[in-house]
Design a protein around this ligand. Structure first.
Ligand SMILES: [Zn+2]
Length: 204
């Protein structure tokens, strides 16, 4: 099985969403080994949001069903979307209940060397559509599903209130549209609002 790594590299120069901690890795040498202290946000790089991210009493990352994070996934090519993914952009793809969906937008082409505020994001209505469709996971190729600065948090809440996993910060630049196997397990952080993940795809 050939794996395609869709994870962002974690280093002190990793881009972070404004307000998130900067990555710091401090290594200490002993006589026999090297041990590092890793400072990283729960929403840094390629990561998963848990319902706790948006809801005070929402499920923590440790209590989400792992089934969402391993299994069939469909990558949709939304490269023609300029700024906001709308319901009609998704409807074309006949998304079904239980599907895992990743969207490849122009974000993947722009890359991840510099943070862009005007990344392609999900509209509140499109998030509601995905929630109503009851998909099992939604992934996007930037650090947030929501437009920066928009007070309407439905892109998160419409998914998280139904325990639909959100996978953010995936790099789909080397991936074409189609069906794959996804593996993107979160760390088992007690009550966590999110977790970094090493996300990979395999061709089916
Ligand atoms: Zn997040």
């Amino acid at each position: 099985m050939k794996l395609i790594d869709i994870s962002l590299l974690i280093s002190p120069s990793t881009i972070t969403y404004p307000g998130n901690p900067k990555v710091s890795i401090i290594s200490k040498k002993t006589n026999t080994s090297v041990i590092s202290t890793l400072v990283i946000g729960t929403h840094t790089g390629t990561h998963i949001d848990s319902p706790r991210h948006a809801f005070k009493n929402g499920k923590g990352i440790d209590s989400l069903s792992l089934d969402s994070f391993v299994g069939d996934v469909r990558v949709l090519n939304l490269a023609s979307v300029k700024k906001t993914i709308e319901v009609m952009d998704l409807k074309k793809h006949r998304i079904k209940k239980g599907e895992r969906i990743l969207v490849k937008t122009s974000n993947s082409k722009r890359g991840y060397k510099k943070f862009y505020s005007d990344y392609v994001h999900l509209s509140p209505e499109a998030a509601q559509f995905l929630g109503d469709t009851k998909i099992s996971l939604f992934g996007i190729d930037y650090l947030s599903v929501k437009q920066r600065g928009n007070p309407d948090n439905r892109p998160h809440t419409e998914l998280l209130k139904r325990n639909i996993a959100i996978l953010e910060g995936i790099d789909l630049s080397k991936v074409s549209a189609g069906s794959y196997l996804l593996i993107a397990l979160p760390l088992k952080i007690k009550g966590g609002d999110g977790s970094p993940t090493r996300a990979v795809l395999a061709r089916l």
